[in-house]
Ligand binder design. Structure first.
Ligand code: URA
Length: 222
């Protein structure tokens, strides 16, 4: 898909999200949190759902947990702009209708919202997906294993003819509960980010080899 077309299609999809009232969360939301980062990014990051801060600002991972998440990524050389950031749910799930208490998304809410995530993946065609936390992992894969067992293991998400490498990582609120920057979980996350770097290097190598092959062919045929 040409870049301009792709941008228009993504904008159209974001506009559909902003109008969505497929589940009850539209009644309590302030914003529909469509995406953050850069939509030309090659890596897609998928979190769980917006919290209070994200709902207010309309930007995923813009609150305290997002700050920790991107501090960890920054240590490994990544910036927000290296990712197209989104969540499984685009609206904030709260326990009470006054919007006081955050809770995990229900299966019903995930089902209602999943078509948006599917379209985001289809339109953006990310080279790599990073899932953040259990909800994102279990939304993409039917696995009985939890994130504590499976983090850092490369999985494959099949969409049409494409198999996209997926690296499941911890949610920053889990890292925060375990001591934040001083936790073993943070060190494990940095290891998982090394897996991401390894895959990027493999993709760069593949691209270089493909280009070289094309150059050789065009030289031989000239
Ligand atoms: N937690 C998430 O999973 N996503 C956000 O955008 C914020 C907090």
């Amino acid at each position: 898909m040409k870049e301009l077309n792709k941008e228009m299609e993504i904008e159209k999809l974001h506009a559909q999200m902003r109008r969505c009232n497929k589940c009850h969360l539209y009644k309590t939301r302030t914003s529909v949190v469509c995406f953050g980062g850069d939509y030309h990014a090659k890596i897609m990051m998928i979190g769980e759902a917006p919290g209070a801060n994200e709902d207010r600002e309309g930007e995923p991972f813009s609150g305290k947990t997002g700050k920790l998440l991107f501090e960890i990524f920054r240590e490994a050389g990544f910036k927000r702009e290296h990712f197209y950031i989104t969540n499984v749910l685009k609206c904030r799930p709260t326990k009470d209708n006054a919007g006081q208490i955050d809770r995990q998304p229900t299966m019903w809410e995930i089902d209602a919202c999943y078509h948006f995530l599917e379209k985001q993946i289809a339109l953006l065609r990310p080279k790599i997906i990073v899932t953040i936390g259990n909800t994102a992992l279990k939304t993409l894969f039917n696995t009985p294993l939890s994130i504590t067992k499976i983090h850092g293991r490369v999985m494959g998400f099949k969409q049409y003819e494409q198999l996209i490498p997926v690296i499941p990582m911890y949610h920053p609120s889990y890292i925060e509960r375990n001591g934040g920057h001083y936790s073993k979980q943070k060190r494990e996350m940095l290891e998982d980010i090394r897996v991401l770097i390894r895959i990027i290097k493999e993709l760069v190598k593949e691209k270089r080899e493909k280009k070289e092959k094309e150059n050789i062919e065009s030289y031989m045929n000239a």
